[in-house]
Structure formats: C-alpha cells, structure tokens
Design a protein around this ligand. Structure first.
Ligand code: NDP
Ligand code: PYR
Ligand code: MG
Length: 420
C-alpha cells in the first residue's frame, strides 16, 4: 500500500464520528406519546406477545433483519492473528457492506475468547438477538468445529463467510474464467495455496460442481500437502495425494488454475510462466495478493486473473456473497444456509456476469464500456442487480430444500427455475 493510500485510509476511518457505522432509530421518538409507545408502558405489549409466542419477535423487533458479524480475530484478512480488537475495522466494514448492499442491520461483535468452546458459548447465548450469525476471520482449523457446533445448536443460519462466502465467489468466477480459457472444471489441474477456511471450503464446493479431487494440489505453509506428511489435520487429509511434488513451484508446473488464499507475495513470475497454456490465476489474499496483476500479466499474455481487491478488474471477494445470500436467507426465514442455497448463488453470479452492464454500473467504476471477457468475468459489487439475482436464487433453493420457514417472497422477481 502506498503511503498516500495508507494516510487516506486512516483519515477515512478517523473522520468524526470515528469508525464506519452507527445505529439509528426506525420509529418516531419525538413526543410524550411516542415515548409511551417505544418505552414504558407501551413496550410491555410486544414483550407479552413474544413471551406468549416467540415467533412474534420477528413481527415486533428488529431480530429478523439483524445479523451478528462475529470474530475472535485469529485470521484477520491475510494479516494473521491480530486479535479481536484489531479485527473491528474489518467487522465494521462487513456491517457497512451488509447495509449498503442488502439493507441488513449488523452488530459487529469482537469476542475475546480463551478457547473455541468459550467462543461457541458466547455466540450461542446471543441467538435470541439475531436473525443470523456471520462468522468472520476465524482461523482454521478451529473455524470448522466452531461453525459445526453453532449450526447444530442454533435454529438461525450460521455462515462462516471466509469459508462459504469465498467458496461461492471462487466457484462463480472460476466457472466463467475457465469458459473464457476454453477449459473444463472436470479436467482442470488446480493448485490451491492456502489450506485454511477459504482454501479447503472452496475446493469442496468446486468438487460439488464437478472438479476432481485427484486434479487438486493443496499447498500450505509447509509446502505441498501429500500422503507422507504426518502433520496434517483431518480437514487437509482428503487432499493428501501420493505425489513427488513438494514445493509450490513444483506444483505450479503445468497447472491450469491457481487459487491463492494464503498471504502476500508468495508467487513469482517464473511460477506463472510454468503454468499450462491459458491459465487462470486467482490471487485472493487481502490486502496484498499472492502476486500482483501487473507482475502476472507481464509474465505471460494468455492468462486471466482475479484478485480480492477493489482496485483491479475481477474482484473475486466474498462481498459478492454474504450480503445477498443473507438477504435471501432472512427473507424466507431459512433455518440454515445449505449447499443448494450456495450453489444457487454461484449460478446467479456467473450468469449475471454475462448480461449487458447497465450504464450506472459503468459510471460507478468510471468506465465507458465493459463486457464479459478477460477483464470482466464476475459481477462488480456496485451492480444493483445483485440485490435481485442472488437473493432470489438463494431463497428459491431454501424453499426447494425445505429449510425455509416463510414462502418465496411476493416482492421478489418471478421464481427462477429450481436450482440443479
Ligand atoms: N478474496 C476473498 O474474498 C477472501 C480472501 N481471503 C484471504 O485468504 C487468506 C486466508 O484466509 P483464511 O482461509 O480465512 O485463513 P486461515 O488462517 O484459515 O488459512 C490460512 C492458510 O494459509 C496458509 N498460509 C499462511 N501463510 C502461508 C505462507 N507463507 N505460505 C503458504 N501458506 C501459507 C496457512 O498454512 P498452514 O495451514 O500451514 O498454517 C493456511 O492453510 C487471507 O489472505 C484472506 O485475506 C479469505 C477470505 C475471502
Ligand atoms: C475478504 C475477506 O473476508 C478476507 O480477506 O478475509
Ligand atoms: Mg474475512
């Protein structure tokens, strides 16, 4: 990051009021009469109603449109375990995006927990407050057990954004990028650098779309994940093949796809040159990718590329997922966000990228023209059509798979065909 950008980012956050989000009332509270409704004695009426019928919480409180964005600060972007307090700008950022893109209200909750069990207890105890839980920036492997325990205990959706949000966008982006390169997901040789929340879950969702585990090479901080390693946790083990490959450089030789969800500057031009013809390079670590686009493009002219950032073309980032996936899930009161709902989002995103781009989207990005191609194979976050396309696909899949507790909303676009 340049010194100028660093200063601009700090000034942006420090401008009064500090931070990025505030809470505001939704009902008038200006007169004695308003006060008597908002607070005592009037407030006792919804209290009585909810005590008698818990479902009424969705009618009389903000619960149904309120999501907790929760972190323990153990894997904040690619900056590592910086702790819960330092995760607050990221969580406030997620809150802004939930509100800006999907009109969902958020409390950001930075939890100082001494163990995964304590973290689970704290979050589980918050269930009455929220319509859904978005776990954020919790390191693997603890994130897998935390999400599983909370999903089993709670009857509201629990969604680890870095796992499933990222996986949805990686899949949507990769389907389109491979199409542009004339390659198939079934036969593509995929190298994934990063065997944590984002990496492992992206590989699993890619497999549900037809990618073959035998074509995947997983790489972590100790090199290639292979069958002779004795240090692998149970989440990495399914990807441990018998192979002579040991280093990232060896793994990249002949690869069709590189997915980087690890840390900054781990890939060099030589590795990119060693990939197969017409490769796909997703360097998704934030804030600094595994390789910068200018370096990768200089290495060869036949690649298509994405990063996780807003300042390059093709932003493969979970911002395209979590606001819209939760919008669809909340609107049908889904009990969970299952794989069918995630795949609904994948197909909606990849299809939307092939539609002509409205003028207001071009304007927001200062562009005259853009069409489906190497510089545009995933929708842009400021595209207002995301708010229609993705929630509709997610809500339809929730209804079809029986996890919705409310019907497909009447104000949504006409129902898309059931997801495959
Ligand atoms: N663009 C997007 O939308 C998203 C991007 N990300 C980015 O992906 C990265 C990982 O996030 P997440 O999965 O949540 O984090 P985790 O902590 O769960 O996983 C990090 C993984 O990266 C590996 N790793 C870390 N440093 C290195 C290194 N120097 N060389 C090789 N591997 C390394 C770790 O290896 P080991 O297992 O050996 O410890 C681990 O497997 C971050 O940079 C984050 O910003 C994450 C989510 C969304
Ligand atoms: C985008 C995001 O969630 C991350 O980098 O962690
Ligand atoms: Mg994250």
């Amino acid at each position: 990051m340049t010194e100028k950008t660093r200063e601009a980012a700090l000034a942006y956050h420090a401008t009064s009021p500090a931070g990025k989000i505030a809470i505001q009332p939704t009902k008038p509270c200006n007169t004695q009469g308003d006060l008597a409704l908002a607070y005592t004695p009037g407030v006792a009426e919804p209290v009585r109603a909810i005590a008698a019928s818990p479902e009424d919480a969705y009618r009389y409180t903000a619960k149904g449109n309120l999501v907790a964005v929760v972190s323990d600060g153990t894997a904040v972007l690619g900056l590592g375990n910086v702790g819960p307090l330092a995760s607050k700008p990221v969580l406030e950022g997620k809150a802004v995006l939930f509100k800006r893109f999907a009109d969902i209200d958020v409390f950001d909750l930075e939890i100082k927990a001494s163990s995964a069990e304590q973290f689970i207890e704290v979050v589980a105890a918050l269930e009455p407050t929220f319509g859904g839980i978005n776990l954020e920036d919790i390191a693997a492997p603890a994130c897998f057990a935390i999400e599983k325990a909370l999903s089993e205990r709670l009857s509201i959706p629990v969604f680890h954004d870095d796992q499933h949000g990222t996986a949805v966008i990686v899949c949507a982006g990769l389907l389109n990028a491979l199409e542009l390169q004339g390659k198939s997901l079934k036969t593509a040789r995929i190298v994934c650098l990063g065997a944590g929340a984002a990496g492992l879950t992206s590989l699993h969702l890619l497999m549900s779309l037809g990618a073959a585990v035998e074509n995947m090479i997983l790489v972590d901080s100790r090199g290639v994940v292979h069958s002779e390693r004795t240090d692998l946790n149970r989440y990495k083990q399914p990807f441990a093949h018998t192979t002579p490959l040991r280093t990232l450089a060896e793994a990249m030789n002949g690869a069709d796809v590189f997915i980087g969800v690890a840390a900054a500057d781990l890939v060099d031009a030589q590795m990119i040159r060693a990939m197969a013809p017409r490769p796909v390079v997703f360097a998704l670590a934030n804030p600094v990718p595994e390789i910068l686009p200018e370096v990768a493009h200089a290495a060869r002219g036949d690649l298509v590329m994405a990063t996780g950032r807003s300042d390059y073309p093709n932003q493969v980032n979970n911002v395209l997922g979590f606001p819209f996936i939760f919008r669809g899930a909340l609107d049908v009161r889904a009990r969970q966000i299952n794989q069918a709902m995630q795949l609904g989002a994948v197909h909606a995103l990849s299809a939307l990228a092939k539609q002509p781009i409205p003028r207001e989207v071009l304007r927001a990005y200062g562009l005259d023209h853009l069409e489906f191609g190497p510089d545009y194979f995933i929708p842009k976050p400021l595209d207002g059509r995301l708010r229609e396309w993705v929630p509709a696909a997610v809500a339809a899949a929730a209804v079809d798979t029986g996890v919705a507790q409310a019907p497909y909303p009447a104000h949504y676009p006409p129902r898309p065909a059931p997801s495959a």
